[in-house]
Design a binder for this molecule. Structure first.
Ligand code: SF4
Ligand code: SF4
Length: 215
């Protein structure tokens, strides 16, 4: 899931300076789970903008905001509300905001900061899980990502700086390599670590990336 966090309201208002009529979009998937772009957050944003003298011409929860065909079709259905707005405030991730910007024909402003690909631990608690490196290593690391969970993205074991199982870079975090070692041991798979990994091919993560199924 793409984890996002709502920007400070002052920053949002600053974007919307000189724009009086606003159309608000959200997203049914990640931003709803992050509580940054579901119907409830849209309603709250609408009330706040109206308190600050803006008119909200319409709202929609895109399903989802990163799906170009869905976004185009939904915005088409609401073309009257959209056409009467000076700007769109997009309560989705950066990808969702770019998708809306491709079709809106008026300025689109992000209401959220996009943080990372991560997991929901419990409501309102998220942690980073994957950096989309382009060649997944989980098959030999017991399902724990060394690229994301190790602060140094080490591929051949620990740096040696961990204390009591905690990372030397941020002692609030467990050392990924202690976790990997322990889980491989539980699974009787420590042999996996004997193979030295060569340099990782980070060209697979060069931006912007494209992928077409079947090619
Ligand atoms: S190894 Fe790469 S693709 Fe796999 S979880 Fe880690 S960052 Fe994501
Ligand atoms: S202490 Fe562990 S998680 Fe932290 S940088 Fe070193 S190997 Fe990586």
């Amino acid at each position: 899931m793409i984890i996002s966090k709502q920007k400070p309201f002052e920053e949002i208002l600053n974007f919307l300076k000189g724009k009086d009529k606003i159309f608000i979009t959200g997203c049914s998937l990640c931003a709803t789970s992050c509580m940054t772009g579901g119907q409830q957050q849209i309603d709250e944003m609408k009330n706040k903008l109206e308190e600050h003298g803006k008119t909200v011409t319409g709202t929609t929860v895109l399903d989802p905001s990163c799906h170009r065909l869905q976004v185009r079709a939904t915005l088409k259905k609401q073309k009257v509300e959209l056409a009467s707005a000076d700007a769109v405030l997009c309560m989705a991730c950066g990808d969702g905001a770019q998708t809306v910007a491709a079709f809106a024909k008026i300025p689109v402003y992000p209401a959220n900061d996009t943080l990372f690909i991560g997991e929901v631990e419990r409501i309102g608690h998220f942690h980073e899980a994957c950096k989309a490196c382009g060649q997944c290593e989980l098959g030999w690391t017991a399902g724990i990502c060394p690229i994301t969970k190790c602060a140094k993205s080490l591929l051949n074991g620990p740096c040696g700086g961990a204390t009591n199982g905690k990372c030397e870079v941020d002692p609030d975090n467990d050392c990924a390599w202690v976790l990997i070692y322990n889980r491989l041991k539980e699974q009787d798979m420590l042999d996996t670590l004997l193979e030295i990994k060569g340099p990782k091919d980070y060209s697979k993560a060069a931006h912007p990336r494209k992928y077409v199924v079947g090619r």
